[in-house]
Design a protein around this ligand. Structure first.
Ligand SMILES: [Zn+2]
Length: 205
C-alpha cells in the first residue's frame, strides 16, 4: 500500500468537497488528528472506518486503497491486487517470525554441539580453542540473523500515542524486551514506553 499516495488522495477529495479535516473527522466520529495522520501518509484508516470514509468522499474502498479514481477496466485488476497486498503483509510477518525462531534453534543446537565436542573429545588444545571460537561465531551469527528478521517484521505500537513504527537497529538491539513487547522511544511523541508488536504497520487489527 502506498500510504503517501492514499493520504494525498484523501486530502484532495476532502478539499474538493469543501471540508476541513475537523469537519471530515466529525462526520466519521473520530478525532481530526486521525484524519491528519492519514493525509500525512503515516497510517491507513482502520478497516471499520474504510466504508464510512469512502462514502463521505464519494469513492469505493478499492479506489481508496489504489490512491486514485479507477476506470472500469482497471477496477477488477486493482481490487485483487489490493486484497492480496493486505493479506500478504501479515503472512510475511508470520513467516519471518517463524523463520527467526527456527534459525535461533538450529544455531543454538549447532553451537552447543560444538562446545560439547570441544569439551568432551580428546583434542589438541588449539583444535579445542578453534571449536569454541567457531561455536561462538555460529551462535552470535545466528542470533544476529534472527534479530534482523524479527526487527524487519511487522511494527511496534507506541503505548502512549498508538503510533506504529519500525525501530532503528540500534534502538532495537539495546531495548529491553519481552516476547511481545519492547521498550522503545516513539518517533512521533518522543516518549519511551513498552511498545507492543503488531503484525502490520497499518492499524487494522
Ligand atoms: Zn508515541
Amino acid at each position: 500500500m502506498d500510504q503517501i499516495k492514499i493520504g494525498k488522495f484523501i486530502a484532495e477529495l476532502r478539499k474538493e468537497r469543501g471540508l476541513t479535516q475537523r469537519e471530515l473527522a466529525d462526520l466519521l466520529a473520530i478525532s481530526d488528528k486521525t484524519v491528519s495522520k492519514w493525509e500525512r501518509g503515516s497510517g491507513l484508516p482502520e478497516v471499520s472506518l474504510m466504508l464510512p470514509l469512502c462514502k463521505e468522499l464519494g469513492i469505493t474502498v478499492n479506489e481508496l486503497l489504489s490512491g486514485k479514481r479507477l476506470e472500469a477496466f482497471e477496477y477488477q485488476q486493482n481490487a485483487e491486487a489490493n486484497i492480496m497486498k493486505l493479506i500478504n503483509e501479515k503472512e510475511e510477518t508470520k513467516r519471518k517470525i517463524i523463520l527467526a525462531v527456527i534459525v535461533v534453534f538450529i544455531t543454538l543446537l549447532a553451537g552447543i554441539s560444538l562446545l560439547l565436542v570441544s569439551e568432551l573429545a580428546e583434542l589438541p588444545d588449539d583444535w579445542r580453542i578453534a571449536l569454541v571460537v567457531i561455536a561462538l561465531v555460529v551462535i552470535f551469527g545466528g542470533c544476529g540473523v534472527a534479530a534482523t528478521l524479527e526487527m524487519t517484521s511487522g511494527a511496534f505500537e507506541c503505548a502512549k500515542c498508538g503510533e506504529r513504527f519500525i525501530p532503528t537497529a540500534g534502538a532495537y538491539i539495546m531495548g529491553m524486551h519481552t516476547i511481545t513487547r519492547r521498550y522503545l522511544k516513539c518517533p512521533k511523541c518522543g516518549k519511551k514506553s513498552w511498545c507492543i508488536r503488531r503484525m502490520s504497520i497499518t492499524p487494522d487489527e
